[in-house]
Design a protein around this ligand. Structure first.
Ligand SMILES: NC(=O)c1ccc[n+]([C@@H]2O[C@H](COP(=O)([O-])OP(=O)(O)OC[C@H]3O[C@@H](n4cnc5c(N)ncnc54)[C@H](OP(=O)(O)O)[C@@H]3O)[C@@H](O)[C@H]2O)c1
Length: 249
């Protein structure tokens, strides 16, 4: 059976993506740190859709974790056709006051793990001549983000890295894409110590859009008219908006 591996698959957007793929009949391998939450998703989805769901609890912000996940996933002997690099975290505050260890973990998770997993799985997919890698970016990727500087910059990496690798993979039979939603209703903002601004999608709406848009041949996938319009605004206008941003209370 065709299998999707989703990092950060225990809650939020990752769990919603797992549900969309399970409904389509895919087997799943789900990763996150908390084994208990992964197990809840496992039994819910295997019970509801009759698919095989395996869980691999692992902290992807640890050095070497991507290689470990790759090895453990391989040992399951499932036919991994899609990798969704979804696990991510945010932070907020003035850059010289925020916790350096937290932001180091943020870059290790949002960028380093995503890059390593892309490389490891892409090599196999290119050899097989098929497969898909869906990296989860954000509309945050397209401008600087005062008071969430590290998060916005980490997502810019995701977009630029995906664009370059997608170009390299052209003609190999493997699709490499980046889904960039605006705010999504999950536990993300509470954990990052920030608040969502503007129109917000539910996790299941965002997941449906991610899977639907990923059927196209486009590399950068942006759901929702308001996000697309915002990103189409001239750079000068976006810089002017940034200049008016105030420190969150
Ligand atoms: N929510 C939004 O508004 C929004 C908007 C645009 C893009 N995104 C992106 O969407 C993705 C999913 O975010 P979300 O909103 O669904 O957040 P979320 O609800 O906080 O879920 C994050 C997921 O990642 C896992 N995770 C966190 N740290 C991890 C680590 N070190 N190793 C492995 N797994 C880890 C979490 O499980 P454990 O805690 O058990 O590890 C959880 O399953 C992220 O990349 C985020 O940047 C979110």
């Amino acid at each position: 059976m065709k299998t999707v591996l989703i990092t950060g698959g225990s809650e939020g957007l990752g769990a919603a993506l797992a549900e969309v793929y399970a409904r389509q009949g895919y087997d799943l391998i789900l990763n996150a740190r908390h084994a208990d939450r992964l197990t809840d998703v496992r039994w819910r989805l295997s019970g509801r859709y009759g698919v095989r769901v395996e869980v691999l609890p692992l902290d992807l912000a640890r050095p070497g974790a991507a290689e470990q996940l790759y090895q453990q996933a391989g040992a399951l002997h499932m036919d991994i056709r899609i990798l969704v690099n979804n696990a991510g975290m945010g932070s907020s505050g003035i850059s010289w006051e925020t916790d350096v260890a937290k932001e180091e973990r943020e870059v290790l998770l949002n960028d380093v793990a995503l890059m390593s997993l892309t490389k490891l799985f892409l090599k196999d997919m290119v050899q097989q001549g098929c497969g898909q890698i869906l990296n989860i970016g954000s509309t945050a990727a397209f401008q600087a983000g005062p008071y969430a500087a590290c998060y916005y910059a980490s997502k810019a990496f995701v977009v630029r890295y995906t664009e370059a690798v997608a170009r390299e993979a052209k003609g190999t039979g493997v699709k490499v894409q980046c889904f960039c939603p605006g705010p999504v209703r999950t536990g993300f903002f509470a954990k990052a110590g920030s608040k969502a601004r503007g129109p917000i999608l539910s996790a299941s709406q965002a997941a449906e859009e991610a899977v639907r848009l990923s059927q196209s041949s486009r590399v950068i996938l942006i759901p929702g008219m308001s996000s697309r319009l915002m990103l189409a605004a001239p750079q000068k206008l976006r810089v002017a908006v940034l200049a008016r941003l105030k420190k969150p209370q």
